[in-house]
Design a protein around this ligand. Structure first.
Ligand code: 4NP
Length: 163
């Protein structure tokens, strides 16, 4: 039987720094493990302004990805929609404000799909917003740790079948 795709939506405030970095880091991680065909991975914002102005990936996030040799494609911010709740299996927020805003937009979390990314790690915490901290290095490594921990969770819970 063909395994069901695991659909993951990373979400932050603007969808130009943290969540697209997470999208591309996770895409690279699953590709390197030969698991790319088992995943659908995307990202979105909680606010709609950047979608309205067709904002692209922040240049500092792009520089960080280039520095870490993470491939990325053209990205434009888009806001999470109510319909995303049914479409995705995991909605992974960066911080507590994101969780609150996601729940408001999608109308609750009856299927327990919404988590903070770093809640899968041994040290649950938010991914601080580099738009404000200026620390894209810290955001990258937090995101890397979170994506690894999330993949470990999927493996340990036997959600990821054998390749
Ligand atoms: P992000 O960072 O949520 O990690 O994409 C931000 C990007 C843009 C803004 C805020 C945070 N903004 O106010 O436009």
């Amino acid at each position: 039987m063909k395994d069901k795709m695991i659909k993951v939506l990373f979400v932050c405030l603007g969808n130009i720094c943290r969540s697209p970095m997470a999208e591309f880091v996770m895409k690279q991680m699953v590709a390197e493990k030969g698991l790319a065909n088992k995943f659908e991975i995307a990202s979105a914002a909680t606010e709609g302004y950047n979608e309205m102005v067709h904002e692209a990936l922040d240049y500092r996030a792009a520089d960080m990805l280039r520095q870490m040799k993470v491939p990325f494609t053209q990205h434009y911010s888009r806001q999470i929609r109510k319909s995303d709740y049914a479409k995705f299996d995991y909605i992974l927020a960066m911080d507590d404000n994101n969780v609150r805003d996601i729940l408001n937009i999608v109308g609750g979390d009856k299927d327990h799909k919404v988590h903070r990314l770093l809640d899968f790690t041994q040290n649950p915490r938010p991914v601080k917003d580099p738009w404000y901290t200026g620390n894209f290095d810290e955001a990258y490594w937090d995101i890397y740790e979170g994506c690894q921990a999330f993949l470990d969770f999927l493996n340990n819970a036997k959600i990821l079948g054998t390749p």
